[in-house]
Design a protein around this ligand. Sequence first.
Ligand code: F6R
Length: 613
Amino acid sequence: MCGIVAYTGSREAYPILINGLKRLEYRGYDSAGVALMQNNNISLYKCRGKVADLEAFCEDKNVESHCGIAHTRWATHGEPNDQNAHPHLSIDGKLALIHNGIIENYLSLKKELMNKGYEFLSNTDTEVLVHLVQDIQKTENVDLIEAVQLAMSVVIGTYAVVILSSDHPQQLIVAKKGSPLLIGIGKNEFFIGSDGAPMVEFTNKVVYLEDEEVAVVHPDKKLEITNIKNERKKPFVERLELQLEQIEKGGFEHFMLKEIFEQPKAISDSMRGRINTKKDVVALGGIMEYENKMLKAGRYIIAACGTSWHAGLVGEHLFESLVRVPVEVEYASEFRYRNPIIKEDDVLIVISQSGETADTLAAIELAKSKGATVIGICNVVGSSIARNTHAGSYTHAGPEIGVASTKAFTAQVTVLFLMALSLARKKGEVSLSMYHHYISELEAIPAKIETILAKNDYIKQIAQEFINCQNAIYMGRGVNFPVALEGALKLKEISYIHAEGYPAAEMKHGPIALIDKEMPVVVIATEQETYDKVVSNVQEVKTRSGKIISIVSEGDEIVKSMSDFCIEIPKTDELLSPLVASVPLQLLAYYIAVARGCDVDKPRNLAKSVSVE
Ligand code: F6R
Protein backbone atom coordinates (compact mmCIF):
# COMPACT_ATOMS: atom_id res chain seq x y z
CA MET A 1 0.00 0.00 0.00
CA CYS A 2 1.74 3.20 -1.20
CA GLY A 3 5.39 2.99 -2.09
CA ILE A 4 8.23 5.32 -1.26
CA VAL A 5 11.53 5.66 -3.09
CA ALA A 6 14.13 8.40 -2.69
CA TYR A 7 17.73 8.92 -3.68
CA THR A 8 20.54 11.36 -3.05
CA GLY A 9 24.07 10.94 -4.39
CA SER A 10 26.04 11.32 -7.59
CA ARG A 11 24.02 9.01 -9.84
CA GLU A 12 21.10 10.12 -12.00
CA ALA A 13 18.19 9.96 -9.57
CA TYR A 14 15.28 9.63 -12.01
CA PRO A 15 16.01 6.11 -13.35
CA ILE A 16 16.59 4.86 -9.79
CA LEU A 17 13.30 6.40 -8.66
CA ILE A 18 11.24 5.08 -11.58
CA ASN A 19 12.78 1.63 -11.40
CA GLY A 20 12.24 1.63 -7.65
CA LEU A 21 8.58 2.58 -8.07
CA LYS A 22 8.16 -0.29 -10.55
CA ARG A 23 9.58 -2.69 -7.99
CA LEU A 24 7.06 -1.43 -5.46
CA GLU A 25 4.10 -1.71 -7.86
CA TYR A 26 3.13 -4.96 -6.18
CA ARG A 27 2.08 -3.03 -3.08
CA GLY A 28 -0.95 -1.68 -4.97
CA TYR A 29 -1.48 1.92 -6.06
CA ASP A 30 -3.51 4.16 -8.32
CA SER A 31 -1.27 7.17 -9.01
CA ALA A 32 2.40 7.97 -9.05
CA GLY A 33 4.66 10.99 -8.81
CA VAL A 34 8.19 12.23 -8.57
CA ALA A 35 9.87 15.42 -7.32
CA LEU A 36 13.39 16.19 -8.52
CA MET A 37 15.91 18.73 -7.31
CA GLN A 38 17.09 20.69 -10.33
CA ASN A 39 19.31 23.77 -9.96
CA ASN A 40 18.11 24.27 -6.40
CA ASN A 41 14.47 24.17 -7.48
CA ILE A 42 11.96 21.37 -7.17
CA SER A 43 10.35 20.01 -10.33
CA LEU A 44 7.19 18.01 -9.74
CA TYR A 45 5.59 15.46 -12.05
CA LYS A 46 2.65 13.33 -11.00
CA CYS A 47 -0.39 11.70 -12.49
CA ARG A 48 -3.15 9.18 -11.98
CA GLY A 49 -2.45 5.68 -13.31
CA LYS A 50 0.54 3.43 -13.48
CA VAL A 51 4.25 4.17 -13.17
CA ALA A 52 4.40 3.66 -16.94
CA ASP A 53 1.94 6.58 -17.31
CA LEU A 54 4.23 8.74 -15.17
CA GLU A 55 7.17 7.72 -17.35
CA ALA A 56 5.25 8.63 -20.49
CA PHE A 57 4.27 11.95 -18.90
CA CYS A 58 7.94 12.71 -18.13
CA GLU A 59 9.22 11.61 -21.53
CA ASP A 60 9.65 15.11 -22.94
CA LYS A 61 10.65 16.69 -19.62
CA ASN A 62 14.10 17.39 -18.29
CA VAL A 63 14.56 14.84 -15.53
CA GLU A 64 18.26 15.32 -14.85
CA SER A 65 18.83 15.34 -11.13
CA HIS A 66 20.89 13.73 -8.41
CA CYS A 67 18.37 13.99 -5.62
CA GLY A 68 14.69 13.18 -5.67
CA ILE A 69 11.68 11.53 -4.08
CA ALA A 70 9.01 9.34 -5.70
CA HIS A 71 5.77 7.75 -4.61
CA THR A 72 2.98 5.42 -5.60
CA ARG A 73 -0.32 6.30 -3.89
CA TRP A 74 -3.12 3.95 -2.89
CA ALA A 75 -6.04 6.33 -2.36
CA THR A 76 -7.47 6.69 1.13
CA HIS A 77 -8.42 10.38 1.46
CA GLY A 78 -9.60 11.74 -1.86
CA GLU A 79 -10.06 9.93 -5.15
CA PRO A 80 -7.15 8.74 -7.26
CA ASN A 81 -6.41 11.77 -9.46
CA ASP A 82 -3.48 13.97 -10.47
CA GLN A 83 -3.95 16.49 -7.64
CA ASN A 84 -4.17 13.90 -4.91
CA ALA A 85 -1.09 12.03 -6.15
CA HIS A 86 2.11 12.59 -4.14
CA PRO A 87 4.51 14.45 -3.82
CA HIS A 88 2.75 17.47 -2.32
CA LEU A 89 4.38 20.88 -2.37
CA SER A 90 4.46 23.67 0.20
CA ILE A 91 2.84 26.94 -0.84
CA ASP A 92 6.19 28.50 -1.82
CA GLY A 93 7.23 25.34 -3.68
CA LYS A 94 10.32 24.96 -1.48
CA LEU A 95 9.31 21.69 0.16
CA ALA A 96 8.07 18.48 -1.46
CA LEU A 97 6.77 15.63 0.68
CA ILE A 98 5.71 12.02 0.16
CA HIS A 99 3.86 10.02 2.77
CA ASN A 100 2.63 6.50 3.53
CA GLY A 101 0.12 5.99 6.31
CA ILE A 102 -2.85 7.94 7.62
CA ILE A 103 -2.97 11.21 9.53
CA GLU A 104 -5.99 10.70 11.75
CA ASN A 105 -6.21 14.29 13.04
CA TYR A 106 -5.76 15.81 9.60
CA LEU A 107 -9.13 17.56 9.61
CA SER A 108 -8.44 19.60 12.74
CA LEU A 109 -4.90 20.37 11.54
CA LYS A 110 -6.24 21.35 8.13
CA LYS A 111 -8.79 23.68 9.68
CA GLU A 112 -6.11 25.42 11.74
CA LEU A 113 -3.85 25.79 8.72
CA MET A 114 -6.69 27.09 6.54
CA ASN A 115 -7.50 29.67 9.20
CA LYS A 116 -3.90 30.78 8.89
CA GLY A 117 -4.35 31.19 5.14
CA TYR A 118 -2.89 27.94 3.79
CA GLU A 119 -4.54 26.84 0.57
CA PHE A 120 -5.04 23.15 -0.11
CA LEU A 121 -4.85 21.78 -3.64
CA SER A 122 -5.75 18.19 -2.80
CA ASN A 123 -8.19 16.24 -0.63
CA THR A 124 -5.44 14.21 0.99
CA ASP A 125 -4.44 13.97 4.62
CA THR A 126 -0.81 14.18 3.42
CA GLU A 127 -0.96 17.74 2.18
CA VAL A 128 -1.54 18.80 5.79
CA LEU A 129 1.94 17.55 6.65
CA VAL A 130 3.83 19.69 4.18
CA HIS A 131 1.99 22.86 5.24
CA LEU A 132 2.33 21.95 8.90
CA VAL A 133 6.10 21.52 8.62
CA GLN A 134 6.46 24.83 6.82
CA ASP A 135 4.16 26.61 9.25
CA ILE A 136 6.15 25.35 12.24
CA GLN A 137 9.38 26.39 10.55
CA LYS A 138 8.05 29.93 10.21
CA THR A 139 6.15 30.40 13.44
CA GLU A 140 8.70 28.69 15.71
CA ASN A 141 11.66 30.01 13.73
CA VAL A 142 13.37 26.60 13.71
CA ASP A 143 15.33 24.69 11.09
CA LEU A 144 13.70 22.06 8.90
CA ILE A 145 14.77 19.10 11.03
CA GLU A 146 13.31 20.58 14.18
CA ALA A 147 10.17 21.55 12.30
CA VAL A 148 9.76 17.93 11.18
CA GLN A 149 10.32 16.66 14.73
CA LEU A 150 7.72 19.10 16.07
CA ALA A 151 5.23 18.39 13.28
CA MET A 152 5.47 14.64 13.84
CA SER A 153 4.82 15.20 17.55
CA VAL A 154 1.44 16.79 16.89
CA VAL A 155 0.39 14.29 14.27
CA ILE A 156 -1.87 11.40 15.32
CA GLY A 157 -1.69 8.38 13.06
CA THR A 158 0.92 6.59 11.03
CA TYR A 159 3.51 7.95 8.69
CA ALA A 160 6.58 7.25 6.67
CA VAL A 161 7.61 10.55 5.09
CA VAL A 162 10.44 11.85 2.98
CA ILE A 163 10.93 15.59 2.49
CA LEU A 164 12.93 17.36 -0.16
CA SER A 165 13.82 21.02 0.43
CA SER A 166 15.22 23.47 -2.08
CA ASP A 167 17.09 25.20 0.76
CA HIS A 168 19.13 21.99 1.20
CA PRO A 169 19.28 20.64 -2.34
CA GLN A 170 21.16 17.40 -1.66
CA GLN A 171 19.50 16.55 1.63
CA LEU A 172 16.49 14.38 2.43
CA ILE A 173 14.62 14.31 5.73
CA VAL A 174 12.97 11.04 6.59
CA ALA A 175 10.58 10.22 9.44
CA LYS A 176 8.61 7.14 10.38
CA LYS A 177 5.90 5.85 12.66
CA GLY A 178 3.89 2.72 11.98
CA SER A 179 4.76 2.51 8.26
CA PRO A 180 7.96 0.80 7.14
CA LEU A 181 10.93 2.77 5.84
CA LEU A 182 14.51 1.79 5.32
CA ILE A 183 17.61 3.69 4.35
CA GLY A 184 20.19 2.02 2.13
CA ILE A 185 23.75 3.20 2.65
CA GLY A 186 26.07 3.46 -0.34
CA LYS A 187 29.38 5.26 -0.84
CA ASN A 188 28.45 8.93 -0.68
CA GLU A 189 24.90 8.07 -1.61
CA PHE A 190 21.71 6.99 0.11
CA PHE A 191 18.64 5.12 -1.06
CA ILE A 192 15.30 5.19 0.72
CA GLY A 193 12.51 2.71 0.22
CA SER A 194 9.36 1.26 1.71
CA ASP A 195 11.24 -2.00 1.40
CA GLY A 196 14.60 -3.13 0.10
CA ALA A 197 13.51 -3.77 -3.51
CA PRO A 198 14.37 -0.32 -4.94
CA MET A 199 17.96 -0.46 -3.65
CA VAL A 200 18.85 -4.15 -3.83
CA GLU A 201 21.41 -3.86 -6.66
CA PHE A 202 23.16 -0.86 -5.11
CA THR A 203 23.71 -1.78 -1.49
CA ASN A 204 23.06 -4.45 1.12
CA LYS A 205 23.72 -2.14 4.06
CA VAL A 206 20.47 -0.83 5.44
CA VAL A 207 19.04 0.89 8.47
CA TYR A 208 15.41 0.16 9.34
CA LEU A 209 14.11 3.36 10.84
CA GLU A 210 12.28 2.88 14.16
CA ASP A 211 9.00 4.54 15.07
CA GLU A 212 9.21 8.27 15.83
CA GLU A 213 12.72 8.51 14.42
CA VAL A 214 13.80 11.29 12.08
CA ALA A 215 16.83 10.87 9.83
CA VAL A 216 18.85 13.45 7.96
CA VAL A 217 20.32 11.99 4.81
CA HIS A 218 23.07 13.81 2.92
CA PRO A 219 25.59 12.20 0.53
CA ASP A 220 28.56 14.02 2.06
CA LYS A 221 27.63 13.35 5.67
CA LYS A 222 27.14 10.40 7.98
CA LEU A 223 23.57 9.29 8.52
CA GLU A 224 22.13 11.24 11.44
CA ILE A 225 19.15 9.90 13.37
CA THR A 226 17.23 11.52 16.19
CA ASN A 227 13.76 10.92 17.51
CA ILE A 228 10.91 13.40 17.58
CA LYS A 229 12.11 14.52 21.03
CA ASN A 230 15.46 15.38 19.42
CA GLU A 231 17.30 12.60 21.26
CA ARG A 232 20.20 11.28 19.22
CA LYS A 233 19.98 7.62 18.08
CA LYS A 234 22.78 5.40 16.83
CA PRO A 235 22.00 4.02 13.36
CA PHE A 236 21.86 0.21 13.53
CA VAL A 237 23.19 -1.01 10.18
CA GLU A 238 21.83 -4.40 9.09
CA ARG A 239 22.39 -6.63 6.10
CA LEU A 240 19.61 -6.53 3.51
CA GLU A 241 18.56 -10.15 3.01
CA LEU A 242 17.25 -9.80 -0.53
CA GLN A 243 18.55 -10.91 -3.92
CA LEU A 244 17.69 -9.24 -7.23
CA GLU A 245 16.47 -12.50 -8.79
CA GLN A 246 13.97 -12.92 -5.96
CA ILE A 247 12.11 -9.84 -7.12
CA GLU A 248 12.25 -10.61 -10.85
CA LYS A 249 9.84 -12.82 -12.78
CA GLY A 250 12.49 -15.33 -13.84
CA GLY A 251 10.80 -16.23 -17.13
CA PHE A 252 7.27 -16.62 -15.71
CA GLU A 253 4.48 -14.54 -17.20
CA HIS A 254 3.42 -13.28 -13.78
CA PHE A 255 4.85 -13.11 -10.29
CA MET A 256 1.83 -15.03 -9.05
CA LEU A 257 2.62 -18.01 -11.28
CA LYS A 258 6.28 -17.86 -10.30
CA GLU A 259 5.31 -17.82 -6.64
CA ILE A 260 2.89 -20.74 -7.05
CA PHE A 261 5.76 -22.69 -8.62
CA GLU A 262 8.13 -21.62 -5.86
CA GLN A 263 6.07 -23.39 -3.20
CA PRO A 264 8.13 -26.58 -2.99
CA LYS A 265 11.19 -24.43 -2.27
CA ALA A 266 9.31 -22.02 0.02
CA ILE A 267 8.04 -24.93 2.13
CA SER A 268 11.50 -26.51 2.25
CA ASP A 269 12.95 -23.15 3.29
CA SER A 270 10.32 -22.83 6.02
CA MET A 271 11.44 -26.19 7.40
CA ARG A 272 15.17 -25.71 6.84
CA GLY A 273 17.25 -25.97 10.00
CA ARG A 274 14.18 -26.55 12.12
CA ILE A 275 14.08 -30.35 12.01
CA ASN A 276 17.24 -32.09 13.22
CA THR A 277 18.73 -34.94 11.22
CA LYS A 278 17.47 -37.61 13.62
CA LYS A 279 14.03 -36.09 13.13
CA ASP A 280 13.41 -36.17 16.86
CA VAL A 281 13.45 -32.44 17.57
CA VAL A 282 11.62 -29.60 15.87
CA ALA A 283 13.25 -26.39 16.99
CA LEU A 284 11.93 -22.97 16.10
CA GLY A 285 14.79 -20.79 17.30
CA GLY A 286 12.77 -17.58 17.33
CA ILE A 287 10.27 -18.80 19.92
CA MET A 288 12.63 -20.78 22.16
CA GLU A 289 12.68 -18.13 24.86
CA TYR A 290 8.88 -18.10 25.06
CA GLU A 291 8.32 -21.83 24.64
CA ASN A 292 7.48 -22.33 28.30
CA LYS A 293 4.79 -19.68 28.11
CA MET A 294 3.44 -21.36 24.99
CA LEU A 295 3.44 -24.75 26.72
CA LYS A 296 1.60 -23.35 29.71
CA ALA A 297 -0.92 -21.37 27.67
CA GLY A 298 -4.56 -21.84 28.65
CA ARG A 299 -5.64 -20.83 25.18
CA TYR A 300 -4.18 -19.73 21.87
CA ILE A 301 -5.78 -16.88 20.02
CA ILE A 302 -4.81 -16.55 16.39
CA ALA A 303 -5.37 -13.12 14.82
CA ALA A 304 -4.76 -12.25 11.19
CA CYS A 305 -6.44 -10.90 8.05
CA GLY A 306 -7.36 -12.34 4.64
CA THR A 307 -5.28 -15.26 3.47
CA SER A 308 -3.27 -15.20 6.70
CA TRP A 309 -6.56 -15.59 8.57
CA HIS A 310 -7.26 -18.67 6.48
CA ALA A 311 -3.86 -20.04 7.49
CA GLY A 312 -4.94 -19.28 11.06
CA LEU A 313 -8.08 -21.40 10.58
CA VAL A 314 -5.89 -24.28 9.42
CA GLY A 315 -3.70 -23.56 12.46
CA GLU A 316 -6.75 -23.98 14.71
CA HIS A 317 -7.12 -27.56 13.49
CA LEU A 318 -3.40 -28.23 13.84
CA PHE A 319 -3.10 -26.83 17.36
CA GLU A 320 -6.31 -28.38 18.66
CA SER A 321 -5.55 -31.79 17.11
CA LEU A 322 -1.90 -31.90 18.14
CA VAL A 323 -1.41 -29.66 21.19
CA ARG A 324 -4.92 -30.23 22.61
CA VAL A 325 -5.31 -26.64 23.82
CA PRO A 326 -8.33 -24.53 22.81
CA VAL A 327 -7.80 -22.12 19.94
CA GLU A 328 -9.81 -19.13 18.80
CA VAL A 329 -9.23 -17.57 15.42
CA GLU A 330 -10.03 -13.91 15.05
CA TYR A 331 -10.12 -11.37 12.28
CA ALA A 332 -7.57 -8.90 13.63
CA SER A 333 -9.83 -6.02 12.53
CA GLU A 334 -12.72 -7.27 14.68
CA PHE A 335 -10.61 -8.45 17.60
CA ARG A 336 -9.09 -5.03 18.15
CA TYR A 337 -12.45 -3.32 18.59
CA ARG A 338 -14.56 -5.78 20.51
CA ASN A 339 -13.00 -5.56 23.95
CA PRO A 340 -12.06 -9.26 23.95
CA ILE A 341 -11.36 -11.17 27.13
CA ILE A 342 -7.61 -11.71 27.13
CA LYS A 343 -5.88 -13.37 30.05
CA GLU A 344 -2.21 -13.36 30.99
CA ASP A 345 -1.86 -17.06 30.22
CA ASP A 346 -3.26 -16.56 26.71
CA VAL A 347 -0.87 -16.68 23.80
CA LEU A 348 -1.77 -14.56 20.80
CA ILE A 349 -0.33 -15.86 17.55
CA VAL A 350 -0.41 -13.29 14.77
CA ILE A 351 0.16 -14.29 11.17
CA SER A 352 1.15 -11.86 8.46
CA GLN A 353 2.99 -12.11 5.17
CA SER A 354 3.91 -8.43 4.96
CA GLY A 355 4.32 -7.87 8.67
CA GLU A 356 2.78 -4.42 8.17
CA THR A 357 -0.96 -5.05 8.36
CA ALA A 358 -2.39 -2.25 10.50
CA ASP A 359 -5.22 -4.29 12.05
CA THR A 360 -2.86 -7.10 13.01
CA LEU A 361 -0.46 -4.61 14.57
CA ALA A 362 -3.34 -3.18 16.61
CA ALA A 363 -4.30 -6.68 17.80
CA ILE A 364 -0.72 -7.15 19.01
CA GLU A 365 -0.79 -3.92 21.00
CA LEU A 366 -4.12 -4.85 22.56
CA ALA A 367 -2.96 -8.31 23.64
CA LYS A 368 0.30 -6.92 24.99
CA SER A 369 -1.55 -4.31 27.01
CA LYS A 370 -3.50 -7.15 28.71
CA GLY A 371 -0.31 -9.03 29.57
CA ALA A 372 -0.64 -11.84 27.00
CA THR A 373 2.36 -13.29 25.19
CA VAL A 374 2.42 -12.45 21.49
CA ILE A 375 4.07 -14.70 18.92
CA GLY A 376 4.43 -13.69 15.28
CA ILE A 377 4.54 -15.70 12.09
CA CYS A 378 5.83 -13.31 9.44
CA ASN A 379 7.43 -13.46 6.04
CA VAL A 380 9.13 -10.07 5.90
CA VAL A 381 12.26 -9.90 8.01
CA GLY A 382 12.46 -6.78 10.14
CA SER A 383 8.81 -5.85 9.50
CA SER A 384 6.78 -3.98 12.10
CA ILE A 385 4.94 -7.14 13.24
CA ALA A 386 8.22 -9.04 13.55
CA ARG A 387 9.55 -6.20 15.69
CA ASN A 388 6.49 -5.69 17.84
CA THR A 389 5.83 -9.30 18.90
CA HIS A 390 7.57 -10.89 21.90
CA ALA A 391 9.00 -13.64 19.71
CA GLY A 392 8.22 -15.36 16.47
CA SER A 393 9.15 -17.50 13.52
CA TYR A 394 9.79 -16.30 10.01
CA THR A 395 8.21 -18.23 7.17
CA HIS A 396 11.25 -17.74 4.89
CA ALA A 397 9.09 -17.99 1.76
CA GLY A 398 11.10 -15.23 0.02
CA PRO A 399 9.58 -11.99 -1.24
CA GLU A 400 5.97 -12.35 -2.39
CA ILE A 401 5.30 -9.79 -5.09
CA GLY A 402 1.97 -10.95 -6.59
CA VAL A 403 -0.77 -9.25 -4.60
CA ALA A 404 -2.66 -12.51 -4.19
CA SER A 405 -0.90 -14.50 -1.54
CA THR A 406 0.13 -18.04 -2.52
CA LYS A 407 3.50 -19.28 -1.29
CA ALA A 408 3.18 -17.20 1.87
CA PHE A 409 0.00 -19.14 2.74
CA THR A 410 1.57 -22.58 2.40
CA ALA A 411 4.68 -21.40 4.25
CA GLN A 412 2.49 -20.06 7.08
CA VAL A 413 0.72 -23.42 7.33
CA THR A 414 4.13 -25.16 7.38
CA VAL A 415 5.35 -23.00 10.27
CA LEU A 416 2.06 -23.46 12.15
CA PHE A 417 2.44 -27.19 11.72
CA LEU A 418 6.04 -27.18 12.99
CA MET A 419 5.04 -25.00 15.95
CA ALA A 420 2.09 -27.19 16.88
CA LEU A 421 4.08 -30.39 16.48
CA SER A 422 6.98 -29.19 18.57
CA LEU A 423 4.67 -28.04 21.39
CA ALA A 424 2.60 -31.22 21.18
CA ARG A 425 5.69 -33.39 21.48
CA LYS A 426 6.94 -31.42 24.49
CA LYS A 427 3.54 -31.69 26.13
CA GLY A 428 3.50 -35.43 25.53
CA GLU A 429 0.40 -35.21 23.33
CA VAL A 430 2.07 -36.90 20.34
CA SER A 431 3.90 -40.22 20.55
CA LEU A 432 7.38 -40.52 19.08
CA SER A 433 6.16 -42.75 16.27
CA MET A 434 3.39 -40.30 15.30
CA TYR A 435 5.91 -37.52 15.57
CA HIS A 436 8.17 -39.29 13.09
CA HIS A 437 5.20 -39.98 10.86
CA TYR A 438 4.27 -36.28 10.77
CA ILE A 439 7.83 -35.16 10.08
CA SER A 440 8.23 -37.64 7.20
CA GLU A 441 4.89 -36.60 5.76
CA LEU A 442 5.86 -32.94 6.01
CA GLU A 443 9.22 -33.53 4.39
CA ALA A 444 7.49 -35.28 1.49
CA ILE A 445 5.20 -32.31 0.78
CA PRO A 446 7.51 -30.31 -1.56
CA ALA A 447 7.89 -33.30 -3.92
CA LYS A 448 4.12 -33.88 -3.82
CA ILE A 449 3.50 -30.26 -4.77
CA GLU A 450 5.88 -30.73 -7.73
CA THR A 451 3.57 -33.44 -9.07
CA ILE A 452 0.60 -31.08 -8.81
CA LEU A 453 2.52 -28.32 -10.59
CA ALA A 454 3.22 -30.82 -13.37
CA LYS A 455 -0.56 -30.86 -13.99
CA ASN A 456 -0.43 -27.17 -14.80
CA ASP A 457 -1.60 -27.59 -18.42
CA TYR A 458 -4.54 -29.74 -17.42
CA ILE A 459 -5.66 -27.19 -14.82
CA LYS A 460 -5.29 -24.48 -17.46
CA GLN A 461 -7.66 -26.45 -19.70
CA ILE A 462 -10.23 -26.77 -16.93
CA ALA A 463 -9.96 -23.04 -16.32
CA GLN A 464 -11.02 -22.29 -19.92
CA GLU A 465 -14.44 -23.84 -19.16
CA PHE A 466 -15.18 -21.34 -16.42
CA ILE A 467 -13.97 -18.02 -17.73
CA ASN A 468 -17.48 -16.68 -18.24
CA CYS A 469 -19.03 -17.79 -14.99
CA GLN A 470 -20.45 -15.13 -12.67
CA ASN A 471 -20.28 -17.04 -9.41
CA ALA A 472 -18.58 -20.05 -7.92
CA ILE A 473 -18.88 -22.08 -4.75
CA TYR A 474 -16.03 -23.81 -2.97
CA MET A 475 -16.74 -26.58 -0.49
CA GLY A 476 -14.47 -28.33 1.97
CA ARG A 477 -14.66 -29.90 5.39
CA GLY A 478 -12.53 -29.98 8.50
CA VAL A 479 -9.03 -28.74 7.92
CA ASN A 480 -9.93 -28.21 4.26
CA PHE A 481 -12.80 -25.82 4.93
CA PRO A 482 -10.25 -22.97 5.24
CA VAL A 483 -8.78 -24.19 1.94
CA ALA A 484 -12.21 -23.74 0.35
CA LEU A 485 -12.32 -20.19 1.75
CA GLU A 486 -8.83 -19.53 0.42
CA GLY A 487 -9.65 -20.98 -3.02
CA ALA A 488 -12.70 -18.71 -3.24
CA LEU A 489 -10.70 -15.68 -2.12
CA LYS A 490 -8.05 -16.36 -4.78
CA LEU A 491 -10.70 -16.53 -7.48
CA LYS A 492 -12.56 -13.39 -6.46
CA GLU A 493 -9.54 -11.19 -5.91
CA ILE A 494 -7.81 -11.85 -9.20
CA SER A 495 -10.64 -12.77 -11.62
CA TYR A 496 -13.42 -10.61 -10.08
CA ILE A 497 -15.78 -13.60 -10.18
CA HIS A 498 -17.97 -13.76 -7.10
CA ALA A 499 -16.99 -16.84 -5.12
CA GLU A 500 -17.81 -18.16 -1.66
CA GLY A 501 -16.38 -20.94 0.42
CA TYR A 502 -18.60 -23.12 2.62
CA PRO A 503 -18.18 -26.10 4.90
CA ALA A 504 -19.67 -28.75 2.59
CA ALA A 505 -22.36 -29.79 5.07
CA GLU A 506 -23.60 -26.20 5.38
CA MET A 507 -24.76 -26.18 1.76
CA LYS A 508 -28.16 -27.64 2.63
CA HIS A 509 -28.73 -24.86 5.17
CA GLY A 510 -29.06 -22.24 2.49
CA PRO A 511 -26.40 -21.98 -0.23
CA ILE A 512 -27.71 -25.03 -2.08
CA ALA A 513 -30.53 -22.77 -3.29
CA LEU A 514 -27.94 -21.18 -5.59
CA ILE A 515 -27.11 -24.40 -7.40
CA ASP A 516 -28.12 -24.75 -11.04
CA LYS A 517 -26.34 -25.82 -14.21
CA GLU A 518 -24.51 -22.50 -14.37
CA MET A 519 -22.93 -22.87 -10.95
CA PRO A 520 -19.40 -24.28 -10.73
CA VAL A 521 -18.80 -26.01 -7.42
CA VAL A 522 -15.21 -26.69 -6.49
CA VAL A 523 -15.01 -29.40 -3.87
CA ILE A 524 -12.04 -30.55 -1.84
CA ALA A 525 -12.74 -34.26 -1.35
CA THR A 526 -9.36 -35.66 -0.41
CA GLU A 527 -8.99 -38.75 1.77
CA GLN A 528 -10.19 -37.59 5.18
CA GLU A 529 -12.32 -38.61 8.12
CA THR A 530 -15.41 -37.01 6.66
CA TYR A 531 -14.85 -38.30 3.11
CA ASP A 532 -18.17 -40.22 3.01
CA LYS A 533 -20.03 -37.14 4.18
CA VAL A 534 -18.39 -35.05 1.45
CA VAL A 535 -19.48 -37.67 -1.09
CA SER A 536 -23.09 -37.08 0.01
CA ASN A 537 -22.61 -33.32 -0.20
CA VAL A 538 -21.25 -33.67 -3.75
CA GLN A 539 -24.22 -35.89 -4.63
CA GLU A 540 -26.62 -33.21 -3.41
CA VAL A 541 -25.01 -30.65 -5.70
CA LYS A 542 -24.89 -33.07 -8.62
CA THR A 543 -28.60 -33.84 -8.27
CA ARG A 544 -29.25 -30.13 -8.77
CA SER A 545 -27.11 -29.99 -11.95
CA GLY A 546 -24.20 -28.06 -10.42
CA LYS A 547 -20.88 -28.42 -12.28
CA ILE A 548 -18.41 -30.26 -10.07
CA ILE A 549 -14.68 -29.61 -10.13
CA SER A 550 -13.15 -31.89 -7.55
CA ILE A 551 -9.79 -32.10 -5.84
CA VAL A 552 -9.38 -35.73 -4.82
CA SER A 553 -6.62 -38.01 -3.54
CA GLU A 554 -4.86 -40.12 -6.17
CA GLY A 555 -6.80 -43.30 -6.91
CA ASP A 556 -10.19 -41.89 -5.88
CA GLU A 557 -13.03 -43.39 -7.88
CA ILE A 558 -16.21 -42.26 -6.14
CA VAL A 559 -16.03 -38.46 -6.27
CA LYS A 560 -14.15 -38.66 -9.55
CA SER A 561 -17.08 -40.48 -11.17
CA MET A 562 -19.45 -37.74 -10.00
CA SER A 563 -17.25 -34.85 -11.20
CA ASP A 564 -17.27 -32.88 -14.41
CA PHE A 565 -13.56 -32.21 -13.88
CA CYS A 566 -11.30 -33.91 -11.41
CA ILE A 567 -7.79 -33.03 -10.25
CA GLU A 568 -6.00 -35.85 -8.46
CA ILE A 569 -3.41 -34.88 -5.90
CA PRO A 570 -0.96 -37.03 -3.90
CA LYS A 571 -2.15 -38.55 -0.64
CA THR A 572 -0.82 -37.16 2.61
CA ASP A 573 -1.80 -37.04 6.26
CA GLU A 574 -5.13 -35.26 6.62
CA LEU A 575 -3.60 -32.51 8.79
CA LEU A 576 -1.15 -31.69 6.04
CA SER A 577 -3.63 -31.90 3.19
CA PRO A 578 -4.19 -28.08 3.02
CA LEU A 579 -0.59 -27.77 1.78
CA VAL A 580 -1.34 -29.85 -1.29
CA ALA A 581 -5.05 -29.10 -1.80
CA SER A 582 -4.54 -25.33 -1.99
CA VAL A 583 -2.10 -25.53 -4.93
CA PRO A 584 -4.55 -26.64 -7.70
CA LEU A 585 -6.99 -23.99 -6.47
CA GLN A 586 -4.34 -21.29 -6.84
CA LEU A 587 -3.59 -22.48 -10.40
CA LEU A 588 -7.29 -22.65 -11.27
CA ALA A 589 -7.88 -19.07 -10.09
CA TYR A 590 -4.74 -17.91 -11.87
CA TYR A 591 -5.66 -19.38 -15.26
CA ILE A 592 -9.27 -18.22 -15.06
CA ALA A 593 -8.06 -14.68 -14.29
CA VAL A 594 -5.46 -14.72 -17.08
CA ALA A 595 -8.06 -15.97 -19.58
CA ARG A 596 -10.37 -13.13 -18.52
CA GLY A 597 -7.59 -10.64 -19.24
CA CYS A 598 -7.20 -9.55 -15.61
CA ASP A 599 -4.08 -8.00 -14.17
CA VAL A 600 -3.36 -10.92 -11.84
CA ASP A 601 -0.31 -9.46 -10.14
CA LYS A 602 -2.00 -6.16 -9.42
CA PRO A 603 -5.74 -6.76 -9.08
CA ARG A 604 -7.94 -3.69 -9.01
CA ASN A 605 -8.40 -1.94 -5.68
CA LEU A 606 -6.04 -4.24 -3.82
CA ALA A 607 -2.80 -3.53 -2.02
CA LYS A 608 -0.13 -5.97 -0.98
CA SER A 609 0.57 -4.56 2.39
CA VAL A 610 -2.52 -3.11 4.04
CA SER A 611 -0.91 -0.62 6.34
CA VAL A 612 -4.09 1.40 6.94
CA GLU A 613 -7.25 0.39 8.77
C1 F6R B 1 -5.07 -12.27 -0.30
C2 F6R B 1 -4.14 -11.49 0.48
C3 F6R B 1 -4.67 -10.72 1.62
C4 F6R B 1 -3.67 -10.73 2.77
C5 F6R B 1 -4.16 -9.82 3.91
C6 F6R B 1 -3.24 -9.89 5.11
O1 F6R B 1 -4.43 -12.97 -1.31
O2 F6R B 1 -2.98 -11.46 0.20
O3 F6R B 1 -5.91 -11.18 2.02
O4 F6R B 1 -3.53 -12.03 3.23
O5 F6R B 1 -4.23 -8.51 3.46
O6 F6R B 1 -1.95 -9.50 4.76
P1 F6R B 1 -0.70 -9.93 5.61
O7 F6R B 1 -0.58 -11.39 5.54
O8 F6R B 1 0.43 -9.22 4.95
O9 F6R B 1 -0.94 -9.45 7.01
